[in-house]
Ligand binder design. Structure first.
Ligand code: SAH
Length: 343
């Protein structure tokens, strides 16, 4: 069946034309789907019953089912586990900040990038998500919380640039003024560094933030943590980042997960400074979230502070990521893994 929630308004108009319906029906349906967040055709009460039935026969309407929800007692962060139409599971996280609510969505079921510290990739990639499955993580959470989402980060399970076409369509729909209308500047896409795709994204000239998961300042060290570093060198990534800035004027975010004794020494901080100095960027330090399948440990608090200081002294714009939801399986992919183990 056709996936109606992944259509743009223009495409939906064509669909209605094929059904012999007037174009304004497409507008009505689009509004139900993307503004009123309808989860069934029955809800679309201003459509004639016959059309609702025709749609239900012809189209699938993606509406994710909540399987579990964990709420942090510390900061109110909520982690949702959703079931897709084919029974597969994805996680999404809802975070409350002073400046608004943020949702972190998954872009794939599992991941094939193989980063050493990440729980999402342990069983490999099952499949990529459709645009409607990415959208509906935001829609379902909006309905479940009753609160508007103002920021979206594509930083959950999966490599978004490994699902490039669907990601672009998702971005078009979520920012559409006739839908939830989330501003491009309030969206961040995080990548492990697929350099050619980063350039392709730059060419779209969107105002979204691109975050690069760097995690090491030398190729040698990076290859130990991230297999993708065997495909693209840091040099290539830096050039792709410069290109992204040139095309969009958007400052790049570099993510750097601090792993105790692996990439958190003074020397590492010096190398990272040398790499990022003079670039229009922001470095986000993340104390690694240890997963039980691997024996990585967090850096000492004093090491983290010293690392940050070193960067600051070198004039680098740096923050330490506030840890949210530590008490609720915060690290990517942990809740999904736990549920799968139970099944
Ligand atoms: N594939 C994309 C987006 C998903 S991962 C990417 O690599 O950027 C989102 C971020 O979480 C990445 O920076 C990733 O490296 C980081 N991450 C994964 N597992 C982590 C862990 N156990 N502790 C801290 N950060 C982790």
């Amino acid at each position: 069946m056709k996936d109606i929630k992944s259509y743009t308004l223009e495409e939906l108009k064509k669909e209605m034309e094929e059904l012999g319906e007037k174009p304004f029906r497409a507008q009505q349906i689009y509004q139900w789907l993307h503004e009123k967040l309808a989860r069934s055709f029955e809800e679309m009460t201003n459509l004639p019953l016959g059309l609702r039935e025709k749609c239900a026969e012809r189209y699938e309407l993606t509406a994710l089912k909540q399987i579990r929800m964990q709420e942090s007692a510390i900061d109110g962060t909520r982690k949702y586990l959703f079931e897709l139409r084919d029974g597969r599971l994805v996680e999404s996280v809802w975070m409350k900040y002073k400046h608004g609510n943020s949702v972190c969505i998954s872009s794939q079921v599992g991941c094939r990038m193989g980063c050493a510290f990440c729980a999402s990739t342990l069983d490999g990639l099952e499949r990529s998500l459709t645009p409607s499955e990415m959208l509906d993580q935001v829609y379902a959470i909006t309905l479940l919380t009753g609160e508007r989402v103002s920021n979206v980060v594509v930083m959950g399970t999966g490599e978004p640039l490994d699902n490039y076409e669907n990601l672009l369509r998702f971005l078009t729909l979520i920012t559409d003024e006739k839908g939830l209308h989330i501003s491009q500047r309030s969206i961040t896409v995080s990548t492990c560094g697929l350099a050619p795709r980063m350039r392709q994204l730059a060419d779209q000239q969107l105002q979204i933030t691109l975050a690069l998961s760097l995690h090491a300042a030398t190729d040698e060290k990076r290859r130990k943590l991230m297999p993708v570093a065997n495909r693209y060198s840091i040099q290539e990534l830096m050039e792709a980042c410069a290109y992204y800035f040139e095309k969009t004027g958007r400052r790049i975010t570099f993510e750097y997960a601090l792993v105790g004794g692996v990439n958190d020494t003074k020397e590492d901080a010096m190398e990272l400074s040398a790499l990022t100095r003079g670039l229009n960027c922001h470095v986000n330090l993340i104390p690694v979230n240890p997963i039980k399948e691997r024996n990585f440990v967090q850096s000492e608090t004093s090491e983290i502070a010293a690392f940050k200081n070193k960067l600051e002294k070198n004039g680098i714009n740096v923050t330490i990521r506030r840890e949210m939801g530590r008490d609720i399986d915060g690290a990517c992919g942990q809740l999904r893994r736990r549920q799968k183990a139970l099944q």
